[in-house]
Design a protein around this ligand. Structure first.
Ligand code: 5RP
Length: 222
């Protein structure tokens, strides 16, 4: 099976965790797109669910599939299902390859449970081969990037449509190499003025569902 088929397997399994009422977070990316497609095929079943999308792209796909969305509500998000760029053995993540990291983190931390769906290529022993996406304000952005580099990384700007988030901010990718202290790294990055969010998701994941050549493999972390 190819990578896309493995993503689809993970998405199909995760659909079993979508409740039939309440608020449900929906992430961004190619794996999540498979889930949205599967949900749209059954849209009547989810008429009492309000989906909370982490990007304009996911919102448009949900709405086009007949599924209700909101990003401004009072209530508890029961479950959030999202993709990842890297997943370590403890379920810590690098996210933001699609520039949606800030909204993804807000939805994830405000959900009772985060389920990460991915193909098996996303599993790593240590995070850091995938550069850490960081969303920064345009205001004095060159100075912010210099301050980020003082932490010991190489920063690169993106080109094309992923160079900005849906919030209108710049997304840069930081190469620190493989990471040893991810909690400290997340704090260090977020302490720099101008940084809106960093694509390190530490200790948030409840469960991963990985599409493998032997089917969907689930792992629960907390
Ligand atoms: C978007 C993300 C995505 O979840 C991540 O990039 C994985 O995407 P894909 O499912 O296409 O591999 O963090 O900001």
């Amino acid at each position: 099976m190819n990578e896309n088929e493995l993503k689809e397997i993970a998405a199909l399994k995760s659909k079993e965790y979508v409740p039939l009422e309440g608020f449900v977070g929906i992430g961004t990316g190619s794996t999540v797109k498979y889930l949205i497609k599967l949900l749209a095929e059954d849209y009547r079943k989810y008429s009492n669910v309000t989906f909370v999308p982490t990007s304009a792209e996911s919102m448009d796909l949900l709405n086009a599939g007949g599924l209700k969305t909101s990003t401004n509500f009072a209530g508890q998000i029961r479950i959030d299902i999202d993709g990842a760029d890297e997943i370590d053995p403890q379920g810590n993540l690098i996210k933001g390859g699609g520039s949606a990291l800030t909204r993804e983190k807000i939805v994830a931390v405000n959900s009772e449970r985060l389920i990460v769906i991915a193909d098996e290529s996303k599993l790593v022993k240590k995070l850091g081969r995938f550069k850490i996406p960081v969303e920064i304000l345009e205001f004095l952005s060159e100075q912010t990037v210099k301050n980020l580099e003082k932490l010991g990384c190489n920063a690169s700007y993106r080109s094309g449509e992923k160079s900005r988030s849906d919030n209108g901010n710049i997304v840069v990718d930081l190469d620190f190499g493989l990471l040893d202290n991810i909690i400290e790294k997340e704090i260090e990055l977020k302490m720099i003025p101008g940084v809106v969010e960093a694509g390190l998701f530490v200790g948030i994941t409840w469960k991963s569902i990985i599409g493998t050549q032997n089917g969907a493999k689930e792992k629960t972390y907390k």
